[in-house]
Design a protein around this ligand. Structure first.
Ligand SMILES: [Cu+2]
Length: 236
């Protein structure tokens, strides 16, 4: 291969990578992270996106170069030259994806394990999902009930999730953590909120006619405000 061709391939690849990176970075796709776990999930997201952009750049460079340089003339009906296998190339395109996929698996496993570990002195909240609403119970506060998920900031939270009817899925985009709730199985989900604010709780498993309306709110409060609320009788 001529040196000029390699330079052209690299230029196309860098251009394709720059365009793809702009699409990935400029629109601000992700909601503001509001939990410790979210930072790690975002790391995996950008790690995988980076690998995707790298692979895309190579594929785009080779595709554009082939269309540009090897286009057949309108009156050229001949077949191309026969191609034989290339052992080195085949080893490379097996080994590189294997490495990339393995690195994604390792990074994901570490992040999942870390996000699954509860911190010291976690606050337990019972979350009940049913067609088509969410309810929350606080065993540490005399089983106080609420239809809003109130949480103290910077404390490890363990949600114990239960479904009364069909499969639902608990999701707060700003926390990034997501968990399916299958009836009869009682999964837990760990969240450490890092920002005071109000966030949507969304059911993200199609669960019936009212699924789109199965939403509630998560309100992250300062610890003082949360303790005051938890000590009150009643009041969502
Ligand atoms: Cu649902």
């Amino acid at each position: 291969m001529r040196r000029g061709s390699i330079v052209q391939l690299i230029v196309i690849g860098v251009l394709a990578g720059a365009i793809a990176s702009a699409f990935a970075l400029i629109p601000n796709w992700l909601p503001e992270p509001a939990s410790k776990e979210a930072g790690r999930i975002d790391f995996v997201f950008w790690f995988v996106t980076g690998i995707c952009i790298f692979v895309f750049s190579i594929v785009a460079a080779v595709s554009v170069f082939a269309v540009w340089k090897f286009r057949a003339k309108p009156d050229d009906d001949s077949d191309g030259a026969p191609i034989h296998g290339h052992t080195g190339l085949e080893i490379a395109w097996t080994a590189v994806p294997t490495l990339l996929v393995t690195s994604i698996a390792v990074v994901s496993a570490i992040v999942l394990a870390k996000d699954d570990a509860q911190g010291a002195n976690p606050l337990r909240v019972e979350v009940t999902a049913q067609q088509f609403f969410w309810s929350y119970r606080y065993p540490e506060s005399g089983n106080k009930e609420s239809d809003v998920l109130r949480l103290p900031v910077n404390r490890s939270i363990v949600l114990h999730l239960t479904s009364k009817d069909v499969i639902h899925s608990f999701w707060v985009p700003e926390f990034r953590q997501k968990q399916d709730i299958v009836p009869g199985i009682h999964p837990t989900l760990h969240i450490t909120p890092t920002k005071v604010g109000t966030y949507p709780v969304i059911c993200t498993e199609l669960c019936g006619l009212g699924h789109a309306l199965m939403r509630s709110r998560a309100i992250v409060m300062t610890d003082d405000a949360f303790q005051k609320w938890a000590a009150q009788k009643g009041g969502a």
